[in-house]
Ligand binder design. Structure first.
Ligand code: FRU
Length: 489
């Protein structure tokens, strides 16, 4: 008898990427080439649990609408773990076919039998649809079990390919250099630093513009697979300088948790972005290693965040800020000024049977006390609530229960200090089972998945004070104004 999945509620988001079916984790091989943004991803072709890791594949021409393609790299005698792709414009590897530059992938081969992880190269002549395994593999092997997730980029000032990769158990990121993507020389190591509560995974080293200046700084991001303050696995980032060989954090600069919510992991930045793109763009796995394996979605499991644009903001120290990269590319109608929410009022955002999906953008004025909260509330205390607590000057995220999920881990609250200053802006993106909160244009970000049961109600309430709410749907088309009601006494 075939086991029947209890067909849970349809939690599939509208405008975040999910695979049609089966398990997905890290984004891999993000590259732009010949008009397509590629999104490869860790994928299990055989089921909804982690295993048989292969590279799934999707493409988009605008980072908004994605088309899933057949599996690009299936599991072999080893699993195809995370890695990256670059366009080898000058055919430095010699692996081109003479007609167009090859796409070159560096990924981790995981040999379960010998418990070894080594870095392999594969290349493609057909825009990433199929891949040829380099016969000289591995290109990098330390005979270690926890050595993974190579991210490659071209460093023009020092005229070399640079690869960062994690020594996961040693809490180190190694930096290698190459002129041909095949022979790699160790240039330096970074770490341990910041959090070492779990294994280090999926490093990325990115040159990021500093807001309001013509300067850039380098962000070294590395994920930690458990016990980070955001609840389970998460990402930390260091700001510093990079000369092609060494990453040197700025003096006094502390490690920053990239996203204070529970569901942001393994983000990777796109390589070879189109000419004129002003900021680096990355995307993360909108899940985590603590509770993500039980998320009650069907027949798929695992979603990506929205692609996010990166920049540094100068506060006490440089802060890596992230804002949605693609919403602005949709033709949005003018923001509707919905009005002022007074103390004791409630703004219902859903209409008839349709749950609210889209973004809410508003500015919170100077306030010293009270709470403003947005909730997507389902039955039996399921759903999610984000509360701005002006007494504690804290932004708190609390997930409700779901019977498929361990209450202690799943419902644990996440929090962020409110940003300094009187006024701040919020952009909240709601997509059926996920919420992304961007505070002050992404200087603080909280991302969480949630699973409301029954019919969810999306509402904003405040116990005090006034607030102007601007809102816009994420997609084109008519949008009904939400209903403003008095709170029941
Ligand atoms: C991160 C990670 C990587 C690894 C991949 C395996 O989520 O554990 O370190 O390459 O997932 O799926």
């Amino acid at each position: 008898m075939t086991a029947i999945d209890p067909a849970p509620m349809d939690y599939r988001p509208d405008f975040h990427f999910t695979p049609q079916k089966n398990w997905m984790n890290d984004p891999n091989g993000l590259v732009y080439f010949e008009g397509e943004y590629h999104l490869f991803f860790q994928y299990n072709p055989h089921g909804k649990d982690w295993g048989h890791m292969s590279w799934g594949h999707a493409v988009s021409t605008d980072l908004v609408y994605w088309q899933e393609l057949p599996i690009a790299m299936p599991e072999r005698e080893f699993m195809i773990f995370s890695g990256s792709v670059v366009v080898d414009w000058s055919n430095s590897s010699g692996l081109g076919d003479g007609s167009a530059p090859p796409l070159v992938a560096l990924y981790t081969a995981y040999w379960q039998t010998s418990e070894r992880q080594s870095q392999h190269l594969a290349y493609s002549h057909d825009r990433g649809r199929t891949w040829i395994e380099y016969p000289g593999n591995p290109v990098l092997c330390l005979e270690m079990e926890h050595f993974r997730d190579p991210k490659v980029f071209w460093h023009a000032p020092s005229d070399a390919w640079v690869l960062v990769v994690a020594l996961s158990r040693e809490h180190k990121v190694q930096v290698y250099r190459s002129t041909d993507l095949i022979v790699w020389d160790l240039a330096s190591e970074f770490g341990p630093a910041g959090s070492t509560s779990g294994q280090w995974e999926c490093p990325d080293l990115i040159e990021v513009p500093i807001e309001g200046t013509s300067e850039t700084a380098w962000a070294l991001k590395v994920d930690v697979d458990k016990d980070l303050v955001c609840g389970g696995s998460g990402a930390q980032v260091f700001a510093g300088a990079f000369d092609g060989y060494n990453f040197t954090p700025f003096p006094g600069q502390e490690a920053q948790i990239v996203d204070l919510g529970p569901d942001f992991y393994a983000a990777q930045s796109w390589s070879d972005l189109p000419e004129g793109t002003s900021h680096p763009i990355w995307i993360g796995w909108m899940s985590n290693h603590l509770t993500g394996k039980d998320y009650p979605t069907h027949p798929w499991r695992g979603a990506m965040t929205l692609p996010r644009e990166l920049y540094f903001k100068m506060e006490q120290q440089l802060v890596l800020a992230q804002r949605p990269a693609c919403l602005a590319r949709r033709s949005l109608p003018e923001h509707a000024i919905i009005g002022t929410l007074a103390g004791g009022q409630r703004l219902l955002l859903d209409r008839d049977d349709a749950p609210f999906l889209g973004q809410i953008v508003f500015t919170v004025g100077a306030r010293t006390h009270g709470t403003l909260s947005l909730a997507v509330a389902g039955d039996d205390d399921s759903g999610i609530q984000i509360a701005l607590d002006f007494d504690a000057r804290e932004i708190r995220l609390r997930r409700g229960r779901h019977p498929a999920l361990p209450a202690d881990a799943f419902a644990a609250a996440s929090a962020s200090a409110m940003p300094p200053g009187d006024e701040f802006s919020l952009r909240i993106i709601i997509d059926r089972s996920s919420l992304e909160v961007f505070v002050n244009d992404g200087a603080r970000v909280l991302t969480a998945c949630y699973f409301p049961m029954g019919k969810a109600r999306t509402e904003l309430t405040t116990d005090d004070g006034a607030l102007i709410v601007f809102m816009s749907p994420v997609d084109d088309g008519a949008y009904a104004e939400p209903i403003l009601t008095e709170n029941p006494v």
